[in-house]
Ligand binder design. Structure first.
Ligand code: HEC
Ligand code: HEC
Length: 239
């Protein structure tokens, strides 16, 4: 999707941002790029949008407003190979925890508007199935309500559960599929791996389709830490 040729200048930019331009000779011939957080995250904008709002591409997710520790966990996951998407793995390979945490904090504080909700592309029954699983779960299949952890407003919970509004349908299906197939891992116990195994292909399509039709609430901030008792233990949440 993103050719190597397009990707190189982005990488070069990031590395310059990471190393800082300290060669005097270089500084004389080129304008000095200040080593600010804004300069460091410029390499991310082509795919994640100017303020982390995401882009039209169905697989490039919104980052803005997600809890800091969630974003930090993901950057570590890409760096340490628990998540796989080569451009992301490549970009963060040499970055320290401190650097990644600063980036995570930056994006979690961004508040760009949410995209308008998607028009439904599936049947009313499928949407109803998706809504049912998200809000109430499916006791027969031992599926907990997604809202039990992601919040009634679907804005996630501090410090490490992401919101599920403002994400593309295809991105969410792909993530649930990756958890099932073992391509995405979170810290153990990996509750999302457990949950994804209980969902059928049709369930995955239904929840992703319904979630994508949901508008962001007026105050789209994550719920406070420990305001919900999660029905399964998740390693990314402090117990
Ligand atoms: C070439 C496009 C591209 C660039 C450049 C890029 N990303 Fe990503 N990023 C992606 C894609 C695609 C995913 C989802 C990958 C997957 O399927 O898991 C992703 C996922 C993420 C996630 C996880 C999001 C979530 O909700 O789980 C974070 C955090 C992230 N990127 C941060 C960054 C940062 C910080 C930069 C700049 C240093 C950056 N990305 C640059 C394409 C890109
Ligand atoms: C027991 C708590 C819990 C429940 C229930 C739960 N989740 Fe999650 N979910 C999490 C946690 C924790 C993460 C972050 C995992 C990580 O660090 O990668 C997450 C992450 C996700 C992501 C990744 C978002 C992104 O930006 O990449 C998706 C998609 C998701 N959940 C969908 C669902 C759906 C759909 C359901 C209901 C079928 C559900 N979750 C139920 C705890 C839960």
């Amino acid at each position: 999707m993103f050719s190597k040729r397009n990707f190189r200048p982005l990488l070069a930019f990031l590395l310059i941002g990471a190393a800082g331009i300290d060669s005097v000779a270089q500084a004389q011939t080129q304008p000095q790029a200040p080593d600010t957080i804004e300069a460091r995250v410029r390499a991310c904008m082509a795919c994640h949008g100017k303020h982390g709002e995401g882009t039209e591409n169905d697989y490039f997710p919104r980052l803005a407003g997600k809890p800091t520790e969630y974003l930090f966990n993901q950057l570590q996951n890409f760096r340490d190979g628990r998540r796989k998407y080569p451009p992301m793995n490549y970009l963060v390979t040499y970055l320290s925890d401190d650097y990644l945490h600063e980036i995570a904090e930056y994006f979690s504080k961004q508040r760009p508007p949410y995209p308008p909700p998607t028009k439904p592309t599936v049947s009313a029954e499928t949407l109803a199935r998706g809504r049912g699983i998200v809000l109430n779960g499916d006791a027969g299949k031992n599926i907990p309500a997604c809202a039990a952890c992601h919040g009634k407003e679907l804005t996630g919970m501090e410090p490490a559960i992401p919101g599920l509004v403002g994400l593309h349908q295809d991105y969410m299906s792909a993530q649930l599929g990756a958890w099932r197939a073992g391509g995405r891992h979170a810290k153990a116990p990996d509750c999302m791996h457990e949950i994804s195994l209980r969902l059928s292909d049709d369930d995955v399509s239904a929840v992703a389709a319904w979630l994508a039709t949901q508008p962001a609430p007026q105050n789209p901030v994550p719920a406070p830490a420990r305001s919900m008792k999660t029905p399964l233990a998740c390693g990314s949440e402090p117990q």
